[in-house]
Design a protein around this ligand. Structure first.
Ligand code: GDP
Ligand code: IMO
Ligand code: MG
Length: 425
């Protein structure tokens, strides 16, 4: 964590890699923690002192009293959900207003964006993306169409701007014949959230961050979602609607590329995906169910079953390239403790064609595996790499060799202290 630089922690698969835990663990080493993309579609779990928190819009650095947290311009924010999240933290004893700054350029998720999200999904039928239903796609669409509302809009002439955009959304819904919604209750809470948001520091966060960097402070950019859900580089159209990759750090915070320091790419020792879309390593058998059960692979936001499979080195290699990953962070290694054989996807096959690079569309490709022996012993209580079983060390070495990138951090349980560094970070 170099002074005057922005390090990034990016999910490099399909999200839910364990970003929340690692950002919380990293926070003591940084002065500022900033979210640069996404919104309440994210669910970042942090467990300490036996208590579990799921953060959606608020950065995972919020538990450390001395640190500044930023919601950057690349994010989208739902005032009602933000209010609920903030109040829960305040009730638990973590004050926010003195250590959270929100970009005035971040876009607002309106109640009608959420209805549109549902309407568009319903209209897609079997081709639905399986979104989180939080209005993410429609909000980013309005941003790109230059008709969106921004956080800064709540400070001046808000009622009129809101009424105009709401009217437009209601017209679209009417044209689509979508009537399955009751706006009144949702809207009342949302407007209360808008009022609540006004008490926060709503600023030009790109200035705040660049000033901090000029003072020699260190910044951690907390990714949301994962690289394969990136609007440009993910498995389009089964993706989210923002740039979740390294480029998004620059645009979503207003920092220049030469300010980026290390890029930590976080992944699980196996794979998961929630929502629709191609997933070559997906297991439909008892092994997939076992991974889901042991790994508690149920969505932090929607409660949906996460789809499970073995690790996918083809996808990881692609994500490392796109993001310029300098260090890998491997999570949930303990979930593999009881598997005699651990499979590793090293290539994709379609008919008699075998490739080890990411194709334009992964649909129709099946995984080609190599088998490695499992370690068949619990590792959750281990805290030193010297104590790792040999087969686990071999698994780490195999991945590092194949990906040509070092694994610098290993996690062996949800707890903060179950985080082992293999290299200096
Ligand atoms: P995020 O969205 O990337 O922050 O990840 P989520 O919070 O959605 O999902 C990660 C889940 O894995 C959470 O329930 C964490 O508590 C849990 N977790 C994190 N690290 C580990 C680990 O090393 N082992 C196990 N068993 N669980 C972990
Ligand atoms: P975190 O930050 C896992 C998925 C949804 C859906 C697709 C589009 O916790 O890792 P959206 O609501 O964004 O339009 O949904 O992206 N998705 C996630 N999957 N983790 C996330 O966030 C996700 N955020 C969105 O399931 O397939
Ligand atoms: Mg999550």
């Amino acid at each position: 964590m170099a002074k005057g630089k922005v390090d990034a922690l990016l999910g490099i698969v399909f999200g839910d890699e364990g970003k929340g835990k690692v950002v919380d663990w990293f926070t003591p080493h940084y002065d500022v923690v900033a979210r640069f993309a996404g919104g309440p579609n994210a669910g970042h779990t942090i467990i300490f002192n036996g208590k579990k928190f799921v953060l959606r819009s608020i950065p995972s650095g919020i538990f450390d009293a001395g640190k500044l947290n930023i919601i950057g311009n690349g994010c989208v924010i739902a005032p009602d959900l933000f209010m609920a999240e903030a109040k829960e933290l305040e009730t638990a004893g973590y004050s926010l207003s003195d250590r959270l700054v929100i970009s005035r350029r971040a876009h607002l998720i309106l109640p009608t964006h959420r209805v549109l999200d549902r309407a568009y999904e319903a209209a897609k039928g079997k081709d639905a993306v399986g979104t989180t239903g939080k209005g993410i796609g429609p909000t980013y669409s309005d941003k790109a169409a230059r008709i969106g509302l921004r956080v800064g809009d709540i400070l001046e002439g808000f009622e009129e701007k809101y009424a105009r955009l709401k009217k437009r959304h209601l017209q679209i819904l009417s044209d689509m014949g979508f009537t399955d919604f009751d706006l009144a209750k949702d809207e009342a809470l949302w407007l209360e959230g808008v009022d609540y948001l006004r008490r926060y520091r709503l600023e030009d966060t790109e200035v705040v961050i660049n000033r901090a960097l000029a003072e020699g402070k260190s910044v951690l950019a907390e990714g949301a979602q994962g690289s394969l859900l990136d609007i440009d580089h993910g498995t389009y159209p089964f993706v989210s609607s923002s740039n979740t990759t390294a480029g998004g750090v620059c645009t979503g915070l207003g920092v220049a590329p030469n300010k980026i320091g290390r890029v930590f790419g976080i992944f699980k020792a196996y794979s998961t995906r929630v929502g629709s879309g191609p997933f070559p390593v997906e297991l439909f058998d008892a092994t997939g169910d076992r991974l889901r059960e042991i790994g508690c692979e149920y969505g932090a936001v929607t409660g949906r079953n996460r789809r499970c499979g073995w690790i996918d080195l083809v996808a990881l290699k692609y994500a490392i390239m796109i993001n310029g990953v300098t260090d890998l962070v491997m999570m949930k290694s303990d979930v593999l403790d009881t598997f005699d054989t651990i499979r590793v996807c090293t290539a994709y096959r379609k008919d008699d064609m075998i490739i080890d690079t990411m194709p334009y569309d992964t649909a129709g490709w099946e995984a080609v595996y190599e088998d490695l022996p499992g370690w068949s012993t619990p590792i959750s209580n281990l805290r030193r790499k010297e104590d790792f079983p040999q087969a686990f060390c071999d698994y780490i070495a195999y991945i590092e060799h194949n990906l040509q990138t070092p694994i610098s951090i290993i996690s062996v349980s949800p707890d903060r202290e179950a985080t082992i560094t293999l290299r200096e970070v």
